[in-house]
Design a protein around this ligand. Structure first.
Ligand code: SF4
Length: 351
């Protein structure tokens, strides 16, 4: 049976490396885009042979900084996707971008080649914080890019980072008020985490303690105008990121690009595509169901209690912890308190 597959296309180039970044990306503004696009197209054909000419409900260009890509190569990749897959009429096509790499004209060209959702790495509304984070843009450039997207009538999302050394509940409330004034329909709020092999990892930063972090997280939920629909994501109704929602729900997806992971479904079996399509490993339906529980529980609607998921849930534990988890019979989800303890819940929840 051929099932739909969501596509994630990884673009591993950035203008420079941010000080907190542990993602797979290279600081390189002028890579060999032709080679990159040809390689991506080669992978697209590989996957079409493997999974068939399946329906594609979403395409997500993530990075790295996909907005650095010259539009002609984006067009080449989109043409290749259309030639090899059955792209759904209402396919959500997201472009991740960084301010300073994309002006309105270039964005318009991306839009005429199919982009209908723009995700902008705003990160902060304070220029000093942007310098601290090692970002190469300022707030004015971020606001301009958000406005361009809104003006072109596509869906616009902004990413922010909170939990910087000086942050506390009050500063996060002010940030939320500023974000509310931008009239965005989707916002992602990520806690700053310090990874070892980054410039931040080598500095002795005094980070907010766990309690302050938790207070900030609660304050975001209370002060942003948009409802939370996943641990770090907020959107007005129907403006959620469908690509991520599909993946969290356990649908099939293909990662294209050297470091992109995926979960393709080939001839009735699930596979782990471990950041490289040449290394495919079969995974059991049980493992796939556990993955669905882990990602589903991070969403506010929770995990669907399907036939593969149900036998894995420790319902005795659920019954004894109604302050942390709840069920409506169809789905199992974390309560607002439970969301703060997801890692611990997961250890008990799965049999
Ligand atoms: S723009 Fe994103 S991927 Fe690129 S270096 Fe900064 S955090 Fe990393």
């Amino acid at each position: 049976m051929n099932i739909p597959h969501n596509l994630y296309i990884h673009v591993p180039f950035c203008m420079s490396k941010c000080k907190y970044c542990a993602f797979f990306s290279t600081a390189c503004t002028n890579p060999d885009w032709k080679k990159y696009a040809d390689d991506i197209c080669g992978e697209i054909k590989f996957w079409s042979d493997k999974v068939g000419r399946v329906m594609v409900p979403t395409v997500f260009f993530g990075g790295g900084t996909p907005s650095l890509m010259p539009v002609e190569f984006f067009e080449q990749i989109m043409n290749c996707i259309h030639a090899n897959f059955d792209v759904s009429k209402d396919c959500e096509i997201t472009l991740e971008s960084n301010p300073g790499t994309l002006d309105e004209n270039k964005l318009r060209s991306f839009v005429s080649n199919g982009v209908n959702r723009l995700s902008v790495g705003v990160q902060s509304l304070n220029d000093d914080e942007l310098i601290f984070l090692g970002r190469k843009h300022n707030v004015a450039q971020s606001l301009k890019l958000l406005e361009s997207g809104q003006k072109l009538g596509i869906r616009v999302s902004a990413d922010f980072i909170y939990g910087l050394p000086e942050h506390n509940e009050k500063s996060v409330k002010i940030l939320c008020e500023q974000i509310n004034k931008l009239h965005l329909t989707h916002v992602s709020m990520y806690e700053l985490t310090i990874e070892k092999n980054t410039p931040f990892g080598k500095m002795n930063l005094k980070m907010p303690d766990n309690e302050t972090m938790a207070q900030m997280y609660v304050a975001i939920g209370e002060n942003l105008d948009l409802p939370r629909y996943e641990v770090s994501n907020y959107a007005s109704p129907h403006n959620e990121c469908r690509h991520n929602q599909n993946i969290w729900a356990g649908d099939a997806y293909i990662g294209i690009g050297r470091a992109a992971a995926g979960r393709p479904y080939i001839n009735g079996e699930w596979y782990d595509e471990m950041g490289n399509y040449e290394r495919l490993e079969k995974i059991s339906t049980k493992t796939r169901a556990i993955e669905k529980i882990i990602t589903g529980m991070r969403t506010m609607t929770g995990v669907w209690l399907s036939d593969d998921v149900k036998p894995l849930i420790n319902f005795d534990w659920v019954a004894r912890h109604d302050d942390l988890v709840a069920t409506n019979g169809k789905n199992l989800y974390a309560t607002p308190r439970g969301i703060l303890f997801l890692d611990n819940i997961m250890l008990e929840l799965i049999k």
